[in-house]
Design a protein around this ligand. Structure first.
Ligand SMILES: [Zn+2]
Length: 327
């Protein structure tokens, strides 16, 4: 599969798993690098694309490393953050998406009171809370201008336990301004049993009526998905491919209609799944009428659009028109 593809699916689409910071325009990164005088090892869009794209199957760790090249350019800038939120709405509207939920870590986009940031830049006055307000404003303007509906999910990072409750609070505080849920992402191998902070934070989210999704079973064993459902009370699972290796757990997910946010193209480029799409876990999900969706995940890093994922489903997974409609 090549990257950017023409629009073969003009029908309305819904996308539930896309990272705001993994869906930024190259042009915008270059613009803010110049404006903020931040050195990038790339001069133009072509070079930047080469630097941060996963063109062929790699590892999840490699894919995540790409973020550290460009995040310092956006993080800490109110103007840049509002612009990337606004532009994502425009890009999704152009892809025929009528509703999407974008997720992001407020801490990764802030530069105040945030330690440690993976890219080592935390001197400034932009707090995670204000980041949420700015993203809300960007999405709000985008909704008005492009006529589609946008919601957001605030993301916790596995190894940053100190941030957990700081993410739960704004989920509650901004529920009327477009924030609809909480997510947990990062190193999936971390055991929730030995990190009670995760469980406490998600219990707090549940108490507040905040909806919960968890990245699990992407490159990790089914046990991690089980923990997400049983300990973190996840209502949706990000990726979840390995769940089919545990028939009991898979049956439970089917029975409870737990939604799986599947990302076909991403799953191959991160090395989570075999490149043979005809044997992909999504084919099993489809056959068993699981509750799932197709998503891009990080279209900037994968040089893709939602059409890339829909083409894969149509060409290699035999999705019918009715199946696309169900999603
Ligand atoms: Zn993701």
């Amino acid at each position: 599969m090549a990257g950017k593809t023409p629009a073969p699916f003009p029908k309305p689409k819904v996308e539930l798993h896309v990272h705001l910071d993994g869906a930024i325009r190259l042009k915008t990164i270059l613009h803010y690098a110049r404006k903020r005088e931040i050195q990038l090892p790339a001069e133009n869009e072509h070079e930047l694309q080469k630097l941060i794209s996963c063109g062929k199957p790699s590892t999840l760790t490699d894919a995540l490393l790409k973020f550290s090249y460009y995040m310092p350019v956006i993080a800490g800038s109110r103007e840049a953050i509002q612009q990337i939120a606004y532009e994502l709405v425009e890009d999704k509207a152009n892809e025929g998406v009528i509703y999407f939920e974008a997720r992001y870590s407020p801490h990764y986009l802030a530069n105040y009171n945030v330690h440690p940031l993976p890219w080592g830049q935390s001197e400034g006055d932009l707090s995670p809370d204000e980041v949420v307000q700015i993203v809300n404003q960007g999405f709000q303007s985008g909704q008005q201008d492009f006529g589609i509906k946008v919601r957001s999910i605030l993301r916790c990072i596995h190894h940053m336990e100190a941030w957990l409750t700081e993410v739960v609070q704004p989920c509650k505080e901004y529920e009327n301004e477009g924030v609809v849920g909480i997510d947990l992402a990062g190193d999936e191998s971390m055991d929730c049993n030995s990190h009670p902070g995760h469980v406490q934070a998600f219990e707090m989210a549940m108490k507040y009526g905040v909806h919960r999704t968890v990245h699990a079973g992407e490159v990790s064993p089914p046990r991690v998905t089980r923990e997400a459902v049983e300990l973190l009370k996840a209502e949706r699972i990000g990726h979840g491919y390995s769940v089919i290796q545990d028939p009991l757990l898979y049956k439970e997910l089917l029975h409870k209609q737990i939604h799986i946010e599947a990302c076909p193209y991403s799953s191959v480029l991160t090395g989570a799944c075999d490149p043979d799409y005809t044997k992909h876990p999504i084919v099993t999900f489809e056959k068993d009428k699981a509750n799932f969706s197709l998503n891009t995940d990080d279209p900037l890093v994968f040089n893709s659009t939602i059409h890339t994922d829909y083409i894969i489903a149509a060409e290699y997974m035999n999705f019918s028109e009715a199946e696309f409609m169900t999603m």
